[in-house]
Write a protein that binds this ligand. Sequence first.
Ligand code: MRU
Length: 370
Amino acid sequence: MREPLPSIDKLKEIARPKVRPLIWCSENKILKVLDQRKLPFEEEYYNAATVEDIYKCIREMYVRGAPAIGICASYGMAIAAYDALKRGLDIEKTLEHLRRCGQYIASARPTAVNLEWAVKHMLNVAETLVSEGKVRNTRELAESLEREAINVQEEEFEIELKIGLNGLEKLRECSSVMTQCNAGGLAGAGIGTALAPMKVAKYLGMDIKVYVPETRPWLQGARLTVYELHVEGIPYVLIADTAVGYVMYRGMVEAVIVGADRILRDGHVINKIGTFKEAVIAHELGIPFYVAAPKTTFDMERKIEEVKIEERDPDEVRKIRGVLITLPDAPVYNPVFDITPPKYVTAIITEYGNIHPPYIKNIPRTLQQA
Ligand code: MRU
């Protein structure tokens, strides 16, 4: 008989993540951002002290991954409130300043809905505190927003553990799985989404091996997932993106699990480029394809035609770590996310449980309970 999985409280006691993408320093109101552009070779933190710094860290991918971007934006809004305090703005002017800063931060990257969620959430909190008279001045508002950003980060940590537990229900019979990109602790609050079940398995003394596609062009797989699994002591094998089909065909993985940047109410999944290919091959070969994501990654409003897929600098494709691999002016198309239709998704793993098709019915039903 299978052992029951531990409770979330028990898991919190034993979870010791070894990666920390974002560290808030309350004494000087600075967010230390692990510079993921330099991993796995250098572990260097950048001190983000202004709203412009926060925008730059998200836009230029010092921090990346949907939940981590959301946490970073939440601290960005707290930094904006302290900025208003320094400028001597009254509470009404501070709200205006927060709306402007929020728009600016949210425009840093277009696809991960967690960014938009975080900005809206922080603005809502600020507006409610002011309208209900719960803060008397800009200092109190800034301090409240700082506490709220810390909450967002702490809650995300617990959510990721719950996703890990729910995901492990699906994966505990598997000895090896495939992922895409980095949907680990570096992309969240230290545990991650797609990598969370393997982390929880590790905490419980089990090993699930992870096949890691390199994830060209930015190499989140080769640079970040390999680094994270290495430091966490989780077994892994790096593969070229072009080896994905062969590895599945050879029966080397029993499931695929990826994260998401946005999931629509009908179950369309927007995630790192290459995800769609994995989903189609898995479907063809009868391999389960799971998507792991928190509630904040669901976009219940938009239709698929309304989602903007980010396109990045052509040089990300022409070069690998600054070295040209083609003609310097080769025409390039560089979309960095793709869309997986719901029919390829076996289940969506969330902190509220695992959602199965039909998604159009079961996504709203599950999230409404939340
Ligand atoms: O361009 P990135 O590195 O921000 O893309 C990240 C992904 O696509 C992740 O799979 C997704 O954000 C989920 S992270 C838990």
